[in-house]
Design a protein around this ligand. Structure first.
Ligand code: CO
Length: 286
């Protein structure tokens, strides 16, 4: 039964993918969910990698010194420790539940290395594109520990960790975004419970299931663990747990709708700008 007076349109699933296994950095094993041949981008998200292993050989090489220009890199850790260092003088240790939001802007050189020799390392890296007019801004670095990420508790047992953006009840994430303002939440649900969030109708939205199984929208379609779901346009996100526990990421933002020219660690608007980035990096202008 559908309420005729309901002006909200619940977002349904458009597509799902498990991503593609790959390695990056110095041999780090990961699954590329966005930024692969299968799903090149979900504007303004250029890349989403998931890594999770308790086998040191899968991660010990880390991501030694490398450059970025033209976008933001976001690292969110679920387990383990990684140390970040960059040539703008920022250094920080990200631990489980912590997040690092780096605006590469006109250029930064950084390293991201595991601060452990054994045990589980798991987490995500997301690349958020910058608008054309902000691609050459000064680099900026924001880092928050698990304790600094607010958790909203609902009576039905739902827990929402808000990294950036705001929940309907007003819990606001610590990351301050000037250019693109995504919603980035880590949600845990009990059996049969639903998470609902109003959203800008223009937003591109993805759900990544960390644990369990969920249904999307009016419960016609399900999404299982380690899968990413892309949602259609609509002004409400609704995710229902189909298992005893379910945990998922909600990542959403308004698309930039600008030309994208990619060249490895540089993402600009034209091929000429990408060539310029390589040339600037080679001549130590970062
Ligand atoms: Co990087």
């Amino acid at each position: 039964m559908e309420a005729l007076s309901n002006s909200n349109s619940v977002k349904e699933l458009i597509s799902t993918t498990k991503g593609m296994k790959t390695t990056d950095g110095d041999g780090v094993s990961m699954v590329r969910l966005i930024g692969s041949a299968e799903l090149n981008m979900l504007d303004p998200f250029l890349l989403l990698d998931a890594f999770s292993s308790d086998e040191p050989n899968d991660y010990i090489g880390g991501f030694p010194s490398h450059p970025h220009r033209g976008f933001e890199t976001v690292t969110y850790l679920l387990d383990g420790k990684m140390r970040h260092k960059d040539n703008a003088g920022n250094e920080g240790l990200i631990e489980a539940g912590g997040v690092q939001w780096m605006t590469a802007g006109k250029g930064i050189v950084h390293s991201e290395m595991p601060e452990q020799e054994n045990g589980l390392l798991s987490g995500f890296q997301l690349w958020v594109n910058l608008p054309a007019e902000n691609k050459m801004v000064e680099p900026q670095y924001q880092e928050f520990s698990a304790a600094e990420v607010p958790v909203e508790h609902w009576e039905n047992g739902t827990e929402i960790r808000v990294i950036t953006g705001k929940t309907q009840q007003g819990t606001k994430g610590p990351v301050n975004n000037t250019y693109v303002s995504p919603l980035f939440m880590d949600v845990a649900l009990k059996a049969g419970k639903a998470f609902q969030q109003e959203i800008d109708v223009e937003d591109n939205t993805l759900i990544y299931v960390i644990d369990g199984e969920v249904s999307i929208g009016n419960e016609k379609q399900t999404l299982s663990a380690k899968n990413i779901g892309i949602l259609e346009q609509g002004d409400e996100i609704k995710v229902t747990s189909k298992t005893d526990q379910a945990r998922f990421l909600v990542i959403s933002a308004k698309p930039l709708n600008e030309p994208v020219a990619r060249g490895g660690p540089f993402v600009m608007n034209t091929e000429d700008q990408v060539r310029q980035a390589f040339s600037d990096y080679r001549s130590n202008r970062f």
